[in-house]
Design a protein around this ligand. Structure first.
Ligand code: AFP
Length: 337
Protein backbone atom coordinates (compact mmCIF):
# COMPACT_ATOMS: atom_id res chain seq x y z
CA UNK A 1 0.00 0.00 0.00
CA UNK A 2 1.11 3.57 -0.62
CA UNK A 3 3.08 5.16 2.20
CA UNK A 4 1.17 8.08 3.61
CA UNK A 5 -2.38 6.71 3.19
CA UNK A 6 -4.56 7.24 6.25
CA UNK A 7 -5.20 4.49 8.74
CA UNK A 8 -8.92 4.69 7.90
CA UNK A 9 -8.21 4.03 4.23
CA UNK A 10 -5.84 1.20 5.18
CA UNK A 11 -8.54 -0.36 7.35
CA UNK A 12 -11.20 -0.01 4.67
CA UNK A 13 -8.99 -1.63 2.03
CA UNK A 14 -7.85 -4.52 4.25
CA UNK A 15 -11.33 -5.14 5.64
CA UNK A 16 -12.92 -5.10 2.18
CA UNK A 17 -10.54 -7.94 1.30
CA UNK A 18 -11.63 -9.88 4.44
CA UNK A 19 -14.44 -12.35 3.69
CA UNK A 20 -17.52 -11.78 5.85
CA UNK A 21 -16.38 -8.37 7.15
CA UNK A 22 -19.38 -6.26 8.16
CA UNK A 23 -17.70 -2.95 8.95
CA UNK A 24 -18.20 -3.27 12.72
CA UNK A 25 -14.52 -3.95 13.36
CA UNK A 26 -13.54 -0.91 11.27
CA UNK A 27 -15.92 1.23 13.31
CA UNK A 28 -14.45 -0.11 16.56
CA UNK A 29 -10.91 0.77 15.51
CA UNK A 30 -12.00 4.16 14.22
CA UNK A 31 -13.55 5.01 17.58
CA UNK A 32 -10.39 3.88 19.34
CA UNK A 33 -8.36 6.14 17.04
CA UNK A 34 -10.58 9.09 17.93
CA UNK A 35 -10.00 8.36 21.62
CA UNK A 36 -6.22 8.13 21.05
CA UNK A 37 -6.18 11.50 19.27
CA UNK A 38 -7.93 13.09 22.24
CA UNK A 39 -5.53 11.43 24.70
CA UNK A 40 -2.54 12.48 22.58
CA UNK A 41 -3.71 16.09 22.69
CA UNK A 42 -4.02 16.01 26.48
CA UNK A 43 -0.67 14.21 26.98
CA UNK A 44 1.02 16.89 24.89
CA UNK A 45 -0.44 19.57 27.15
CA UNK A 46 0.46 17.75 30.38
CA UNK A 47 3.50 19.90 31.17
CA UNK A 48 1.44 23.09 30.93
CA UNK A 49 -0.71 22.28 33.90
CA UNK A 50 1.65 23.68 36.53
CA UNK A 51 2.75 26.62 34.38
CA UNK A 52 -0.84 27.75 34.19
CA UNK A 53 -1.12 27.44 37.95
CA UNK A 54 -3.69 24.69 37.84
CA UNK A 55 -2.66 23.14 41.09
CA UNK A 56 -6.11 22.67 42.58
CA UNK A 57 -8.91 20.46 41.39
CA UNK A 58 -10.11 23.04 38.85
CA UNK A 59 -8.48 24.44 35.73
CA UNK A 60 -8.89 27.98 34.36
CA UNK A 61 -12.15 27.16 32.64
CA UNK A 62 -13.53 25.97 35.96
CA UNK A 63 -13.38 22.37 34.78
CA UNK A 64 -12.18 19.66 37.08
CA UNK A 65 -8.55 18.64 36.53
CA UNK A 66 -8.28 14.89 36.29
CA UNK A 67 -5.28 12.65 36.38
CA UNK A 68 -4.32 11.72 32.84
CA UNK A 69 -4.76 8.01 33.38
CA UNK A 70 -8.33 8.57 34.62
CA UNK A 71 -8.93 10.95 31.73
CA UNK A 72 -7.62 8.41 29.17
CA UNK A 73 -9.69 5.64 30.69
CA UNK A 74 -12.89 7.70 30.58
CA UNK A 75 -12.17 8.91 27.06
CA UNK A 76 -11.90 5.38 25.67
CA UNK A 77 -15.04 4.27 27.49
CA UNK A 78 -16.98 7.31 26.28
CA UNK A 79 -15.86 6.82 22.68
CA UNK A 80 -16.72 3.10 22.59
CA UNK A 81 -19.72 2.58 24.86
CA UNK A 82 -22.48 4.14 22.75
CA UNK A 83 -21.48 2.73 19.34
CA UNK A 84 -22.90 -0.78 19.41
CA UNK A 85 -19.56 -2.37 18.53
CA UNK A 86 -18.56 -3.99 21.84
CA UNK A 87 -20.51 -6.15 24.29
CA UNK A 88 -18.13 -5.48 27.20
CA UNK A 89 -14.78 -3.89 27.98
CA UNK A 90 -12.04 -4.28 30.55
CA UNK A 91 -9.45 -1.70 31.56
CA UNK A 92 -6.31 -1.73 33.65
CA UNK A 93 -7.86 1.15 35.59
CA UNK A 94 -11.13 -0.59 36.46
CA UNK A 95 -11.41 -3.53 38.86
CA UNK A 96 -14.46 -5.16 37.24
CA UNK A 97 -15.72 -5.70 33.73
CA UNK A 98 -17.05 -2.49 32.11
CA UNK A 99 -20.62 -3.14 31.06
CA UNK A 100 -22.48 -1.44 28.25
CA UNK A 101 -25.34 0.59 29.76
CA UNK A 102 -28.87 -0.53 28.86
CA UNK A 103 -29.58 2.53 26.70
CA UNK A 104 -26.89 1.52 24.19
CA UNK A 105 -26.85 -1.37 21.70
CA UNK A 106 -24.26 -4.12 22.17
CA UNK A 107 -21.85 -5.39 19.52
CA UNK A 108 -19.99 -8.58 18.84
CA UNK A 109 -16.52 -7.57 20.06
CA UNK A 110 -14.72 -7.28 23.38
CA UNK A 111 -12.15 -4.54 24.00
CA UNK A 112 -9.45 -4.79 26.68
CA UNK A 113 -7.11 -1.85 27.19
CA UNK A 114 -4.44 -0.19 29.25
CA UNK A 115 -5.45 3.45 28.79
CA UNK A 116 -2.15 5.08 29.74
CA UNK A 117 0.72 2.67 30.11
CA UNK A 118 3.79 4.17 31.79
CA UNK A 119 1.75 6.98 33.33
CA UNK A 120 4.15 7.37 36.26
CA UNK A 121 6.56 8.82 33.66
CA UNK A 122 4.28 11.64 32.51
CA UNK A 123 5.77 14.26 34.82
CA UNK A 124 9.20 13.83 33.25
CA UNK A 125 8.11 13.92 29.60
CA UNK A 126 8.83 10.27 28.91
CA UNK A 127 6.81 8.51 26.21
CA UNK A 128 3.64 6.78 27.38
CA UNK A 129 1.00 4.87 25.46
CA UNK A 130 -2.31 3.06 25.13
CA UNK A 131 -2.38 -0.71 24.55
CA UNK A 132 -5.44 -2.56 23.21
CA UNK A 133 -6.63 -6.09 22.60
CA UNK A 134 -9.76 -7.15 20.71
CA UNK A 135 -11.63 -10.47 20.83
CA UNK A 136 -14.91 -11.76 19.39
CA UNK A 137 -17.50 -12.31 22.09
CA UNK A 138 -18.04 -15.96 22.99
CA UNK A 139 -21.22 -15.94 25.06
CA UNK A 140 -24.51 -16.66 23.40
CA UNK A 141 -27.93 -16.00 24.76
CA UNK A 142 -26.73 -13.26 27.14
CA UNK A 143 -27.61 -9.82 25.91
CA UNK A 144 -24.65 -8.04 27.56
CA UNK A 145 -21.09 -9.37 27.61
CA UNK A 146 -19.78 -11.23 30.66
CA UNK A 147 -16.41 -12.01 32.24
CA UNK A 148 -16.33 -15.16 30.10
CA UNK A 149 -16.05 -12.93 27.02
CA UNK A 150 -13.03 -11.18 28.50
CA UNK A 151 -11.14 -14.18 29.90
CA UNK A 152 -9.97 -15.70 26.63
CA UNK A 153 -6.45 -16.87 25.83
CA UNK A 154 -4.38 -14.47 23.74
CA UNK A 155 -4.19 -16.66 20.64
CA UNK A 156 -7.91 -15.95 20.15
CA UNK A 157 -7.32 -12.20 19.71
CA UNK A 158 -8.79 -10.78 16.52
CA UNK A 159 -6.56 -7.72 16.63
CA UNK A 160 -4.23 -5.89 18.97
CA UNK A 161 -1.96 -2.90 18.98
CA UNK A 162 -0.87 0.24 20.72
CA UNK A 163 -0.40 3.98 20.50
CA UNK A 164 2.79 5.68 21.71
CA UNK A 165 2.56 9.33 22.71
CA UNK A 166 6.20 10.24 22.19
CA UNK A 167 8.26 12.52 19.98
CA UNK A 168 5.46 11.73 17.51
CA UNK A 169 2.23 9.93 18.24
CA UNK A 170 2.25 6.59 16.48
CA UNK A 171 -0.18 3.71 16.17
CA UNK A 172 0.84 0.11 15.52
CA UNK A 173 -1.81 -2.51 14.91
CA UNK A 174 -2.23 -6.02 13.66
CA UNK A 175 -5.53 -7.53 12.60
CA UNK A 176 -4.07 -10.87 11.60
CA UNK A 177 -2.28 -9.95 8.39
CA UNK A 178 0.86 -8.00 9.07
CA UNK A 179 1.88 -5.41 11.63
CA UNK A 180 1.53 -1.85 10.40
CA UNK A 181 2.60 1.48 11.87
CA UNK A 182 1.05 4.91 11.35
CA UNK A 183 2.30 8.31 12.48
CA UNK A 184 -0.08 11.08 13.51
CA UNK A 185 0.34 14.20 11.41
CA UNK A 186 -1.02 16.82 13.82
CA UNK A 187 -1.45 19.38 11.04
CA UNK A 188 -4.12 17.25 9.37
CA UNK A 189 -5.18 15.21 12.41
CA UNK A 190 -4.69 11.88 10.62
CA UNK A 191 -2.59 8.78 11.25
CA UNK A 192 -0.59 8.18 8.04
CA UNK A 193 1.04 4.88 7.05
CA UNK A 194 4.73 5.13 7.94
CA UNK A 195 5.81 1.54 8.72
CA UNK A 196 4.23 -1.09 6.51
CA UNK A 197 4.53 -4.78 7.38
CA UNK A 198 6.95 -4.44 10.29
CA UNK A 199 9.25 -7.43 10.86
CA UNK A 200 11.31 -7.64 14.03
CA UNK A 201 14.93 -8.70 13.36
CA UNK A 202 15.54 -12.30 14.43
CA UNK A 203 18.41 -11.13 16.64
CA UNK A 204 19.00 -7.80 18.34
CA UNK A 205 21.66 -6.39 20.61
CA UNK A 206 19.42 -4.38 22.95
CA UNK A 207 18.18 -5.75 26.25
CA UNK A 208 15.61 -3.95 28.41
CA UNK A 209 15.09 -4.92 32.03
CA UNK A 210 14.91 -3.08 35.36
CA UNK A 211 18.30 -4.07 36.78
CA UNK A 212 17.40 -2.46 40.10
CA UNK A 213 15.53 -5.72 40.75
CA UNK A 214 18.64 -7.89 40.24
CA UNK A 215 18.72 -9.17 43.81
CA UNK A 216 15.03 -10.16 43.65
CA UNK A 217 15.30 -12.18 40.43
CA UNK A 218 15.47 -15.94 40.25
CA UNK A 219 18.89 -17.40 39.56
CA UNK A 220 18.23 -18.15 35.86
CA UNK A 221 17.34 -14.53 35.09
CA UNK A 222 20.43 -13.30 36.96
CA UNK A 223 22.64 -15.69 35.00
CA UNK A 224 21.04 -14.63 31.72
CA UNK A 225 21.65 -10.92 32.35
CA UNK A 226 25.22 -11.66 33.51
CA UNK A 227 25.70 -13.54 30.23
CA UNK A 228 24.44 -10.55 28.19
CA UNK A 229 26.97 -8.32 29.93
CA UNK A 230 29.87 -10.75 29.70
CA UNK A 231 32.28 -9.58 26.99
CA UNK A 232 34.00 -12.94 26.97
CA UNK A 233 30.78 -14.94 26.28
CA UNK A 234 31.40 -14.91 22.51
CA UNK A 235 28.51 -12.66 21.45
CA UNK A 236 28.89 -11.63 17.84
CA UNK A 237 28.09 -8.04 18.75
CA UNK A 238 28.09 -6.82 22.33
CA UNK A 239 24.71 -6.16 23.96
CA UNK A 240 23.57 -2.72 25.00
CA UNK A 241 21.06 -1.88 27.72
CA UNK A 242 18.03 0.40 27.19
CA UNK A 243 15.22 0.64 29.76
CA UNK A 244 12.65 3.44 29.69
CA UNK A 245 10.23 2.00 32.23
CA UNK A 246 7.33 2.54 29.86
CA UNK A 247 6.49 -0.81 28.30
CA UNK A 248 5.02 0.50 25.02
CA UNK A 249 8.06 2.69 24.39
CA UNK A 250 10.56 -0.06 25.26
CA UNK A 251 8.60 -2.56 23.17
CA UNK A 252 8.28 -0.26 20.16
CA UNK A 253 12.02 0.44 20.02
CA UNK A 254 12.85 -3.27 20.20
CA UNK A 255 10.18 -4.13 17.60
CA UNK A 256 11.80 -1.82 15.08
CA UNK A 257 15.47 -2.48 15.88
CA UNK A 258 15.44 -5.96 17.44
CA UNK A 259 16.20 -6.90 21.02
CA UNK A 260 14.54 -8.28 24.10
CA UNK A 261 12.40 -6.85 26.93
CA UNK A 262 12.05 -8.74 30.20
CA UNK A 263 9.87 -8.17 33.24
CA UNK A 264 10.41 -11.48 35.02
CA UNK A 265 8.78 -12.83 38.15
CA UNK A 266 10.69 -11.72 41.24
CA UNK A 267 10.53 -11.83 45.02
CA UNK A 268 10.36 -8.04 45.52
CA UNK A 269 6.66 -7.81 46.27
CA UNK A 270 5.04 -10.92 47.81
CA UNK A 271 1.63 -9.70 46.55
CA UNK A 272 2.75 -10.24 42.95
CA UNK A 273 4.97 -13.32 42.71
CA UNK A 274 4.14 -13.70 39.01
CA UNK A 275 5.75 -10.37 37.99
CA UNK A 276 4.30 -6.91 37.51
CA UNK A 277 2.79 -6.76 34.05
CA UNK A 278 -0.77 -7.70 33.27
CA UNK A 279 -1.63 -10.55 30.96
CA UNK A 280 -4.84 -9.23 29.44
CA UNK A 281 -3.99 -5.61 28.72
CA UNK A 282 -0.20 -5.64 28.35
CA UNK A 283 1.34 -9.05 27.65
CA UNK A 284 -1.32 -10.55 25.35
CA UNK A 285 -1.69 -7.64 22.91
CA UNK A 286 2.07 -7.10 22.59
CA UNK A 287 2.63 -10.86 22.22
CA UNK A 288 0.08 -10.92 19.37
CA UNK A 289 1.86 -8.02 17.65
CA UNK A 290 5.36 -9.44 18.12
CA UNK A 291 4.45 -12.92 16.87
CA UNK A 292 2.87 -11.47 13.75
CA UNK A 293 6.08 -9.49 13.22
CA UNK A 294 8.18 -12.68 13.45
CA UNK A 295 9.20 -12.41 17.13
CA UNK A 296 8.28 -14.31 20.29
CA UNK A 297 6.74 -13.76 23.73
CA UNK A 298 7.10 -16.12 26.66
CA UNK A 299 6.90 -16.35 30.42
CA UNK A 300 10.22 -18.19 30.31
CA UNK A 301 8.35 -21.50 30.37
CA UNK A 302 5.33 -21.07 28.11
CA UNK A 303 4.06 -19.04 25.20
CA UNK A 304 2.17 -15.97 26.45
CA UNK A 305 -0.64 -16.42 23.90
CA UNK A 306 -1.47 -19.89 25.25
CA UNK A 307 -2.06 -18.89 28.87
CA UNK A 308 -5.63 -19.60 29.99
CA UNK A 309 -6.53 -16.50 32.03
CA UNK A 310 -8.24 -16.85 35.40
CA UNK A 311 -8.48 -13.22 36.44
CA UNK A 312 -9.07 -9.88 34.69
CA UNK A 313 -5.93 -8.42 36.27
CA UNK A 314 -3.74 -11.51 36.24
CA UNK A 315 -0.02 -10.78 36.19
CA UNK A 316 2.60 -12.71 34.23
CA UNK A 317 6.35 -12.71 33.72
CA UNK A 318 6.99 -11.23 30.25
CA UNK A 319 9.95 -11.98 27.98
CA UNK A 320 9.33 -10.51 24.55
CA UNK A 321 11.19 -9.52 21.42
CA UNK A 322 13.43 -11.04 18.75
CA UNK A 323 12.81 -14.77 18.39
CA UNK A 324 16.38 -15.94 18.93
CA UNK A 325 16.93 -13.64 21.93
CA UNK A 326 13.76 -14.96 23.61
CA UNK A 327 14.88 -18.52 22.95
CA UNK A 328 18.26 -17.94 24.62
CA UNK A 329 16.59 -16.28 27.63
CA UNK A 330 14.23 -19.28 27.98
CA UNK A 331 17.19 -21.65 27.96
CA UNK A 332 18.77 -19.87 30.93
CA UNK A 333 15.50 -19.64 32.84
CA UNK A 334 14.44 -23.25 32.25
CA UNK A 335 17.87 -24.55 33.11
CA UNK A 336 17.34 -23.16 36.62
CA UNK A 337 13.80 -24.51 36.97
P1 AFP B 1 3.04 2.68 35.31
O1 AFP B 1 1.92 2.71 34.29
O2 AFP B 1 2.59 2.63 36.73
O3 AFP B 1 4.06 3.76 35.05
O4 AFP B 1 3.79 1.26 35.09
C1 AFP B 1 4.44 1.04 33.88
C2 AFP B 1 4.64 -0.42 33.69
O5 AFP B 1 3.45 -1.14 33.84
C3 AFP B 1 5.26 -0.71 32.31
O6 AFP B 1 4.88 0.20 31.33
C4 AFP B 1 6.74 -0.68 32.58
O7 AFP B 1 7.47 -1.47 31.68
C5 AFP B 1 6.85 -1.19 33.99
O8 AFP B 1 5.61 -0.91 34.62
C6 AFP B 1 7.94 -0.51 34.75
O9 AFP B 1 8.04 -1.06 36.00
P2 AFP B 1 9.30 -0.77 36.98
O10 AFP B 1 9.19 0.68 37.37
O11 AFP B 1 9.11 -1.70 38.12
O12 AFP B 1 10.55 -1.07 36.20
Amino acid sequence: MVKGITVTEHLLVTQTETPGATGVFTRLLNQLIVAAKIISREVNKAGLVDILGLTGRENVQGEEVRKLDDFSNETIIRCLQPCGVVCAMSSEEVADIIEIPRQYPVGSYVLIFDPLDGSSNIDVNVSVGTIFSIFHRVTEGEERGTTEDILQPGYKQVAAGYFVYGSSTIMVYCAGSGVHGFTLDPSVGEFLLSHENIQIPERGNTFSINEGNYNYWHEGVRQYVDYLKDNSAGHKKGYTSRYIGSLVADFHRNLLHGGIFLYPADTKDPRRPRGKLRLMCEANPLAFVVEHAGGAASTGFERILEIEPDDLHQRVPLIIGSKEEVRIAEEFIQHQK
